[in-house]
Design a protein around this ligand. Sequence first.
Ligand SMILES: C[S@@+](CC[C@H](N)C(=O)[O-])C[C@H]1O[C@@H](n2cnc3c(N)ncnc32)[C@H](O)[C@@H]1O
Length: 215
Amino acid sequence: MDNNNYIPALRFNWLTKLYNPLVAFTMPEAKFKKALIEQAHIEPNHRVLDFGVGTATLSLMIKDTNPLSEVNGVDVDEKILTIAEKKIKKAKAKIFITKYDGVKLPYADISFDRVLTSLVFHHLTAEQKHNSLKEIKRVLKPNGELHIADWGKASSVLMRSLFFFVQLLDGFKTTNDNVKGLLPAYIENAGFKKVEVKKNYSTIFGTLTLYKALN
Ligand SMILES: C[S@@+](CC[C@H](N)C(=O)[O-])C[C@H]1O[C@@H](n2cnc3c(N)ncnc32)[C@H](O)[C@@H]1O
């Protein structure tokens, strides 16, 4: 995979600048990101990675609630990282942002205590999901934790129907396995232990799920 082989935050590059207001308006964004951070139990000395950092909303929340942790964000999309850098500068926060090729994370083995990621995995093909999880596992320390927020198994027929709109926008190929509830199987196949569904949110776009797994 190279830099051109990814789905931008809102499917089309020209929509990227609308990503922040749209998510904040249509989703319980602050609520589920806060819950994801809470379940991660980040400690002051922890080194944390926000995988698919996007516009850095989650990273800024992590740094705000855990000022003594080291927060790093990685993404494949240069355009969205420009927005992230501006937001980080405005907030006067110290967050390390890195662009990568979508294949190999630019970090050493066994170097993070926590990896958090929000709304990224439904942008990845089956192969990319698997490779990304293997890479995340590689950079996590033993007993390090992975915390994922993403579209999960639809909790009702209504939730399944609403998710159709996400699939129209983001494509069926990358989203089907999410709504079938297959993310836990992917996480286990990558070698993680104790894979858990921690929470489900019913949203106007379907069921959003928080997962936890142990390296
Ligand atoms: C819907 S946005 C979510 C952004 C942010 N995590 C949030 O919750 O607001 C999906 C993000 O995943 C990124 N992405 C796509 N493919 C990726 C990959 N292979 N590795 C890391 N990030 C990727 C996109 O560039 C985009 O920033």
